[in-house]
Design a protein around this ligand. Structure first.
Ligand SMILES: [Zn+2]
Length: 156
């Protein structure tokens, strides 16, 4: 019989990350914005802490309804963060904005997450997705088999 793992993780967010999300809230007439999420994982405490959300680069491509982040600049950032933290900080997910009050992932977002979570180089078997809306945010944890809504505790 197959057993379903029921470990519940705790999710923390540095206030600087929340500030970045707030700064890029998408107003009418603006394009989507986004980046990657970098964080620390503490398996013994079932804790995942987001310590950085990168901001858009010139190589990213955005329209009012689409967001495509550049792979090379993201990979460089991931490598630098990993090296500078002696391997503590790693790539843990994606964020972008929607011009919706209460955002939901688009079909394209779901496809992207399903592809990313299957990438061979991925250290974790999950990724976080943060979609920043005008009034509320959509946070979830993706695996190859499921998507689970999550909440963050914001650190001061
Ligand atoms: Zn989206």
């Amino acid at each position: 019989m197959q057993r379903v793992s029921r470990i519940s993780w705790n999710f923390e967010l540095r206030s600087a990350v929340a500030d970045t999300f707030d700064r890029y809230i998408q107003l009418p007439g603006e394009n989507e914005a986004g980046g990657i999420l970098l964080g620390e994982i503490y398996p013994d405490q079932n804790l995942i802490r987001v310590v950085e959300a990168t901001v858009p680069t010139r190589a990213d491509r955005a329209t009012a309804t689409t967001w495509h982040r550049d792979t090379d600049s993201a990979n460089k950032h991931i490598h630098r963060a990993w090296r500078d933290s002696d391997g503590r900080v790693q790539y843990i997910g994606e964020w972008h904005t929607h011009a919706q009050r209460h955002p939901r992932p688009s079909g394209r977002d779901r496809q992207t997450m399903n592809e990313l979570v299957r990438e061979p180089g991925l250290v974790t078997d999950w990724l976080l997705l943060a979609i920043i809306g005008q009034r509320s945010n959509y946070f979830s944890k993706w695996t190859t088999a499921s998507e689970e809504r999550i909440n963050f505790q914001e650190l001061s």
